[in-house]
Design a protein. Structure first.
Length: 319
């Protein structure tokens, strides 16, 4: 059964210069208990898509079309009161930068108590603190440190606090937006292992937003590759990594060092992502694609099933 169903979602940022489509007709479906890896270059719309699920896109961004259904709840059209009940309670969100996401003048205890009692006003402060200490202990943080301020924690420990805040109310869906940003590789590995362990023990559905292909290969059941606000490829993790279809997916994988490939020559993607205020005609990737032909410059490709994946590329569209 689908927990999260996104259909033809469009998110625009209205500026004086142009209306920029940061997410352009994206459709995704998340099954309960699965992990989806959402990957792509910076600025491709990953975080905007994640924030859209809780109607948290900052102004001047706005959802202008499409549907988001969370376990039969219409997220786009539900009331402000209902969406507030969903945030934290049904969907936990680990925001991108733990350095700035925590209030520097509030103790860790205040963060937890405020959130728990906002959603559960009948819970006493004492019970909220007890629950917070249990969550922190599970994440490897000493309970007595609940009275410390964020600046007294390292980057990795702050990220654990962010994970604890996202999990404190027992959500069904956890969205982790770049959960290992600014962390060294050792702490990064610890955080990823922690997320995997929590997903299994708490029966979570997880959306992992990242530009780190290696993390996705280790954790995700399915992978969605975004480029310039659109889905380029969507498929099962094993199949996508063994046989990537879209030229952009191929280029991403070829730019990552792989110790199993002897004599691997790393490649790079020429050029830069398109200006979404003035996007190119046809396929948005064609100015950088080595396989582009005349149809790519004129006609926009659509996501079509090919083998075990869905891919938006004219190379696989035989119509």
């Amino acid at each position: 059964m689908s927990l999260l169903d996104i259909q033809s979602l469009v998110v625009q940022y209205h500026t004086f210069a142009a209306n920029v489509k940061a997410v352009d007709r994206v459709s995704l479906r998340m099954e309960k208990g699965h992990t989806l890896g959402l990957v792509g270059e910076s600025g491709c719309g990953k975080s905007t898509l994640g924030l859209s699920t809780l109607r948290l896109v900052p102004p001047p961004g706005k959802i202008t079309d499409g549907h988001i259904t969370l376990d039969s709840i219409d997220v786009v059209n539900c009331s402000d009161e209902e969406i507030r009940r969903i945030r934290g309670k049904r969907v936990g969100y680990i925001f991108q930068d733990p350095m700035t996401s925590l209030n520097p003048v509030k103790k860790i205890s205040n963060h937890f108590v405020e959130m728990i009692r906002t959603h559960e006003p009948e819970t006493s402060e004492e019970d909220a603190l007890k629950r917070a200490k249990e969550v922190l202990a599970r994440l490897g943080i000493l309970p007595e440190r609940i009275n410390d301020f964020p600046h007294q924690f390292s980057g990795g420990m702050r990220q654990r606090v962010m994970i604890g805040l996202a999990l404190a109310l027992g959500p069904d869906l956890l969205i982790a937006d770049e959960p290992t940003t600014s962390l060294d590789v050792i702490v990064e590995a610890q955080i990823i292992e922690l997320l995997k362990e929590l997903k299994e023990s708490l029966k979570l559905t997880l959306v992992l937003i990242t530009h780190n292909i290696g993390i996705v290969a280790e954790t995700a059941d399915r992978v969605a590759v975004m480029y310039a606000g659109r889905l380029a490829e969507l498929g099962e993790t094993d199949g996508l990594f063994e046989k990537p279809m879209h030229p952009y997916t191929q280029a991403l994988l070829n730019s990552v060092p792989n110790i199993t490939k002897k004599g691997q020559v790393l490649s790079w993607i020429p050029g830069a992502p398109p200006d979404l205020a003035q996007p190119p005609h046809g396929c948005l990737y064609h100015p950088r694609c080595p396989h582009a032909f005349d149809r790519c410059r004129k006609e926009e490709p659509h996501l079509l099933r090919h083998d075990s994946s869905e891919v938006a590329c004219h190379l696989f569209d035989k119509r």
